[in-house]
Write a protein that binds this ligand. Structure first.
Ligand SMILES: [Zn+2]
Length: 315
């Protein structure tokens, strides 16, 4: 990392991914921290230990920026705010506070959609049984609401890019001096981030692909992601991620060429391996994300066949 920028891979309570990347950027009168890990005193102590090793105290941090509203990135923010470190999130975050704090709110629409996509009862029961993990902590209205462009409270030129897709309120941060983009989970080195669908109107995959183009157009040398190693060939990585989604969309169109299918049937064709309940939910949401994208591109539509709504190709 260049002078004045520190990278802390902070342990998570699970194995994939096993760490979240916390970054610190030096400004004139203190440090900006990007993301902070999960809630819990154990994780606060861990973070404190890492900071001590590089000679930074919590007092030296003047702003915590959350790249997006996922618990592995901002779960600990409540404890840090108690230490007088203000939290900044993108301005639309205030619309999603409820669903961050209460996962029964977050998955309400998904349960309805699962029923209408012919998902079986046990899958729906699994969705109904999801509760908010303790690692999320409690999120209240952020102290600072960020908009696109330079963060005015900082001397250093750090620009906010709104890059929704993996989350409704995801941002990337472009540090002009070091030519680094801190991408949160929008761009990751090894895996393509999960793109959720949470309601009938959401088209986060379109947002995600547009956000990739937005980052692609910004002059930068490397990407510092929310998990895993630094990406030294960012433009190539962006192309790979776009190709991944293009292939998946093409596959869906191929399946629909043979038969009209429900979202649940398509999920099972796209992901034929046996999945545990978490991965099955992710697969279902990702399939719907693709269906919504294809519908917005006018490639497919959803029609009733014998009382069941199925997706079909448009001619
Ligand atoms: Zn993450």
């Amino acid at each position: 990392m260049p002078d004045g920028i520190y990278h802390i891979p902070l342990r998570l309570p699970w194995s994939t991914p096993s760490n979240v990347n916390v970054y610190l950027i030096e400004d004139d009168d203190g440090y900006v921290m990007i993301d902070c890990g999960v809630n819990g005193s154990e994780y606060l102590d861990l973070l404190n230990g890492h900071l001590n090793e590089i000679g930074i105290r919590f007092n030296d941090i003047k702003l915590l920026i959350g790249t997006h509203m996922h618990l592995d990135h901002i779960g600990l923010s409540g404890s840090l705010r108690e230490l007088d470190i203000p939290l900044a999130l993108y301005e639309n975050s205030i619309e999603y506070l409820n669903e961050y704090n209460d996962w029964s709110v977050r998955f309400k629409d998904l349960i309805r959609m699962a029923k209408s996509e012919s998902a079986p009862a046990d899958f729906i029961d699994d969705l109904k049984s999801i509760t908010t993990p303790m690692y999320a902590g409690k999120l209240t209205r952020p102290d600072v609401l960020l908009t696109e462009g330079k963060i005015t409270s900082l001397k250093r030129k750090i620009n906010v890019l709104f890059t929704p897709g993996h989350d409704y309120s995801e941002i990337s941060l472009h540090d002009e001096h070091s030519r680094i983009i801190f991408s949160g989970d929008h761009i990751l080195p090894r895996i393509t981030p999960f793109i959720p669908v949470q309601n009938e109107d959401s088209n986060l995959l379109k947002g995600f692909l547009d956000s990739l183009d937005k980052v692609h157009a910004v002059d930068h040398d490397i990407i510092a992601p929310g998990h895993g190693n630094i990406i030294s060939t960012p433009h190539k990585r962006i192309e790979q991620m776009k190709l991944h989604h293009q292939r998946r969309s093409d596959k869906i169109l191929e399946f629909l060429k043979k038969n009209d299918l429900t979202g649940w049937e398509l999920t099972n064709q796209l992901f034929p391996r046996k999945l545990d309940s978490l991965n099955l939910r992710l697969a279902f949401q990702e399939t719907l994300a693709h269906l919504h994208l294809l519908r917005s591109n006018n490639d497919i539509s959803r029609n009733s066949t014998n009382g069941i709504k199925k997706w079909s190709l448009k001619d």
